[in-house]
Design a binder for this molecule. Structure first.
Ligand SMILES: N[C@@H](CCC(=O)N[C@@H](CS)C(=O)NCC(=O)O)C(=O)O
Length: 228
């Protein structure tokens, strides 16, 4: 299996970590998002959306990080994606919530327009409005994550077992570290993230992400708590 990825990409990192934990072997194909390699003809032929991650499993090409995680977990009969219908539905629900709700506002409206020039809206006033919108919507969603999904005694997102939803959600949330977000206002989120970050594979898998965050540290961004 080939895995097309970028090591600092929020949607590649959960797959890298799941593969590490589940001992899934793959041929890594690094696509350099920083030089625009993903817009080139070669990669567009693999994924016309020009996005990572993608897997090519013996000719079966699959895009979409959430679908890839579920496919790999099912293929390898991982306990991180239990076969029970209702447990699975709960995991799917959580992954859809992160992907369709949180990532749209938090990633594509609050964070990416501040760090990637090709995501910035024109004119500047439109970009600022996009960022403000993303920030206020993300805050509402994080409140729901903290007070509803992560309320109670359970250790992980969907109960007391680590699932693919935890890999996915933790990677998307830590994307905010690039602009200096922290989760001090959300103790349940902070506690859950600490649990996921304590996985033995976290540091190695997230080394490029940590390097990217460190390189951006001197810059000023609008964060969940920081005004312009
Ligand atoms: N819905 C897609 C989104 C993937 C995505 O956002 N990929 C980002 C990296 S984290 C990307 O390739 N961005 C390219 C760009 O912004 O030009 C998925 O979940 O796989």
């Amino acid at each position: 299996m080939k895995l097309y990825f970028h090591p600092a990409s929020a949607t590649s990192r959960p797959i890298l970590q799941f593969c590490a934990d589940a001992h899934i072997h793959y041929e890594p194909v690094m696509i350099d998002l920083m030089t625009g390699e993903h817009f080139g003809e070669a990669f567009a032929a693999v994924n016309p959306n020009c996005m990572v991650p993608v897997i090519d499993d013996d000719g079966f090409i699959l895009t979409e990080s959430s679908a890839i995680l579920k496919y790999l977990a099912e293929k390898h009969q991982s306990p991180a994606y239990p076969a029970d219908m209702k447990q699975r539905a709960r995991i799917n629900e959580m992954m859809d919530w992160f992907n369709a709700n949180l990532y749209r506002e938090y990633g594509y409206h609050l964070i990416y327009p501040q760090i990637f020039p090709h995501h910035a809206r024109q004119p500047e006033v439109a970009n600022n409005a996009t960022i403000e919108w993303g920030k206020s919507e993300a805050i509402k969603m994080l409140r729901t994550l903290n007070d509803y999904y992560l309320a109670g005694e359970h250790r992980y997102l969907c109960g007391d077992t680590l699932t693919v939803a935890d890999y996915f959600g933790a990677a998307l949330l830590t994307l905010g570290e690039i602009i200096g977000n922290d989760f001090h206002d959300y103790p349940n989120i902070e506690h859950w993230l600490q649990t996921i970050k304590a996985l033995p594979t976290w540091s190695e898998v997230n080394a490029a992400h940590d390097g990217f965050a460190a390189a951006m540290q001197e810059k000023t961004f609008i964060t969940l708590t920081q005004e312009a």
